[in-house]
Design a protein around this ligand. Structure first.
Ligand code: HEC
Length: 125
């Protein structure tokens, strides 16, 4: 009987360890990127946080990088209207433009898909 209890305890410990290891994923993987609903994308709900967290610190202020302003709805729309290919090339890292965000990791596929869908759907606020 004690042997059986020990075996059950060992199995439980292994099980709990494996389960908790699965929770080591980062927050973006757990909550952001698994929900990649691109059916109705708006700047306010889907895009603002990407631009403000990943682009605005360089592309705003008195001396924006490369003279390019991309930090809010209007500046992003204006830039995309004039340079759509460059904008997408820069976040796709496809070799047609400098890779953006500069000196940072590539945007996740979900974020790139959201941006592409937002543009395709007419850049809704
Ligand atoms: C750390 C600063 C920094 C961040 C963050 C950053 N950029 Fe840039 N960006 C630059 C610099 C500097 C240039 C000028 C080209 C170069 O040096 O590579 C540039 C150039 C660009 C260009 C023109 C590329 C070309 O080939 O002409 C685009 C488009 C662009 N950025 C978009 C973005 C977008 C979109 C984001 C956010 C996803 C972003 N950038 C984040 C610094 C940054």
């Amino acid at each position: 009987m004690d042997v059986l209890k020990t075996k059950i305890a060992v199995v439980l410990i292994v099980f709990v360890t494996v389960i908790s290891a699965c929770y080591n994923d980062n927050v973006e993987d757990l909550y952001g990127d698994n929900e990649c609903d691109t059916s109705s994308v708006t700047y306010g709900i889907n895009i603002e946080q990407i631009i403000s967290r990943r682009c605005a610190r360089c592309h705003s202020g008195n001396n924006p990088s490369a003279g390019i302003e991309i930090y809010d709805f209007q500046t992003t729309v204006d830039y995309v209207n004039q340079n759509r290919g460059k904008f997408m090339g820069s976040i796709l890292w496809d070799g047609t433009a400098s890779n953006m965000p500069k000196n940072d990791s590539k945007l996740s596929n979900c974020k790139i898909n959201l941006i592409q869908s937002w543009i395709n759907q007419g850049m809704k606020p």
